[in-house]
Design a protein around this ligand. Structure first.
Ligand SMILES: [Fe+2]
Length: 410
């Protein structure tokens, strides 16, 4: 069968007909994400598990036995090991212990930042066509022999793309209209009487399934082993929330000491007739501060929060790294797809803001930091002390360190 290319035509069509509208099954998809084989995924799992064992913390993993979530300390005991040799080897060990188990790893691609682009190649195109998520996307690997999703038929606030790595996957879906009329479906494990109203998506390795956030769903299996990537794109944060959050930060800063007063002095609460006609002084002062906000201040506020938001590339977080940075370091951008973002100050032309991986730092335009960032973004390997020197060295080095910790450099 000819592979299905995720080209511009596909994405345009997807955005128009499927995104948040209707499910889709694509067979034999050509995508970098699917080129990662089960051996490679097994190695990533072992790498991540080794790290969890070393830190004595299974964060990023969840383990379900017969649909029940295991405690953190028990999770450490059931993680993949090098001795398992393969996904199937791990499965053999688990199957002997648990007739029904499910291991979820939410952070797998973060162990290997070199693999991150396989995911961002996909999400970048998705976002280009359907918009950048106001919240984020999450990529999880689900593996096990569980017969049903541990929490029954449910709905999430995210659109889901599913890419099986091993085994066959069946997802049964219902529309939200049907689920509304049939409350018995909620969290159900037995749903035979609703089956005729469902849509079944069947996919295997190399295929892709998608369902919109409104779809109620459950994964079904015959009890054989499967491993699946699942990309959830959260769509539960409307623009007004993002906008008012940034505005709140600005107001908090602007209101200063007035904003902190815990009681409000007043002259009269009401007239004799009960009319409330005047605002206390505190309010009048705050209104004045609002009125004095300039268009540039507003624009700068939103531009900064937008830059910070997109610097995460649509993910919840980007792994932080240990990077010993000094003026003598030679630095290079970790990935030419993850530039350090920057913008000029609007209210003060002397300021420049930089952002990477959800952090934001500020510097003065005259310092060498902007030159350094531009050179690094252009793909150059740079000796820090060639760029940062003089009076601003200490401050700029601190800013650079924040970007380094956020994972910008190698
Ligand atoms: Fe779900």
């Amino acid at each position: 069968m000819k592979p299905t290319l995720l080209d511009q035509k596909f994405w345009r069509n997807f955005a128009k007909n499927n995104w948040e509208k209707k499910p889709l099954v694509l067979k034999n998809v050509k995508s970098g994400l699917l080129e990662m084989g089960d051996a490679e995924i097994f190695n990533l799992l072992v790498l991540y598990s080794d790290r969890c064992r070393k830190l004595n913390n299974p964060e990023g993993f969840k383990f379900y036995i017969d649909g029940f979530k295991a405690d953190a300390e028990d999770v450490l005991q059931v993680l993949p090991e090098k001795n398992d040799k393969s996904l199937l080897g791990y499965h053999a060990r688990m199957k002997a212990l648990f007739p029904d188990y499910c291991l979820v790893c939410d952070e797998l691609l973060k162990v290997n930042l070199n693999k991150q682009h396989l995911l961002t190649d996909f999400t970048d195109e998705l976002y280009r066509h359907v918009g950048f998520p106001n919240r984020f996307s999450e990529m999880g690997l689900y593996l096990g022999n569980y017969r049903k999703t541990p929490f029954g038929v449910h709905v999430d606030s995210c659109g889901v793309f599913s890419f099986p790595v091993a085994g066959l996957k069946r997802f049964r879906l219902w529309t939200s209209a049907f689920a509304k009329k049939n409350p018995g479906l909620d969290r159900a494990f037995k749903y035979d009487k609703y089956k005729k109203n469902s849509q079944l998506l069947e996919v295997g390795p190399g295929d892709m399934a998608y369902w919109p956030s409104s779809a109620w769903h459950i994964a079904e299996s015959d009890g054989s082993f499967s491993a699946t990537w699942s990309l959830g794109v959260w769509i539960d944060q409307p623009h007004k929330e993002v906008f008012s959050e940034s505005l709140k930060d600005l107001l908090d800063r602007k209101l200063g000491s007035v904003g902190a007063t815990p009681t409000t002095p007043f002259k009269n609460l009401r007239s004799k007739t009960g009319e409330v006609a005047e605002l206390p002084e505190t309010y009048r002062k705050s209104i004045e501060l609002l009125q004095n906000l300039t268009a540039l201040e507003l624009q700068e506020t939103f531009l900064k929060s937008w830059m910070k938001h997109i610097s995460l590339q649509g993910f919840k977080n980007i792994p932080h790294v240990d990077f010993k940075l000094s003026a003598k370091s030679r630095i290079q951008l970790r990935s030419d797809r993850s530039l350090i973002l920057w913008q000029q100050g609007l209210t003060s032309k002397e300021k420049v803001y930089f952002s990477f991986g959800g952090v934001l730092v500020e510097s003065s335009k005259s310092s060498g930091l902007l030159k350094l960032v531009k050179a690094v973004n252009a793909g150059e390997t740079c000796l820090v002390s060639d760029f940062l020197k003089g009076a601003s060295l200490k401050k700029d080095l601190a800013s650079l360190r924040v970007l380094a910790d956020a994972g910008a450099f190698i």
